[in-house]
Design a protein around this ligand. Structure first.
Ligand code: ZN
Length: 159
């Protein structure tokens, strides 16, 4: 297990388009383990490879129902609409209001490079859209309504 450094907005790696994964290697497998560790350590619900400086099409997500690993993911269907608060580990202590599809179906490869489809609504749909945007160099603040808000998750903390 290893934690990787989460890149924050302003780091040019976050605005690049990632390359697909062609085969599962020891290196990619370790990267996925580290991404999961890093996401859980940061209390995030998702993390994309460019957020740890790796330009590969890999995301990990856990909305409280267990880890999801998506390699070379693509959204194949989306519908509905949800508007709500969204944050990103690469834009610490901020949140914004973003409208996303309320329902998505995506396909991706799993860790054995086998294709599967996943269907998500509400938070999972939002997380899939948010994380997949990272793979094309986009952060949620491009979609947010108005300026981002300051948020702090530790109520005892005084600044
Ligand atoms: Zn993000």
């Amino acid at each position: 297990m290893a934690l990787r450094t989460i890149r924050v907005e302003g780091d040019p790696v976050l605005n690049k388009v990632c390359r697909p994964v062609k085969e599962m290697t020891e290196r990619i497998s370790t990267l996925i383990d580290d991404m999961l560790d890093t996401m859980y350590d940061a209390n995030g619900v998702g993390l994309a490879a460019p957020q740890v400086g790796i330009l590969r099409r890999i995301v990990v997500i856990d909305v409280g129902e267990g880890p999801i690993v998506m390699i070379n993911p693509e959204i194949i269907e989306q519908d509905g609409e949800q508007t709500g608060q969204e944050g990103c580990l690469s834009i610490p202590d901020k949140a914004g209001i973003v409208t996303r599809p309320n329902h998505v179906i995506a396909k991706a490869l799993d860790r054995d490079m086998k294709e599967y489809t996943i269907e998500g609504t509400e938070l999972l749909a939002r997380a899939i859209c948010h994380e997949l945007d990272h793979l094309d160099g986009h952060l949620y603040d491009e979609l947010a309504e108005g300026p981002l808000m300051d948020v702090t998750y530790d109520e005892d903390e005084e600044e």
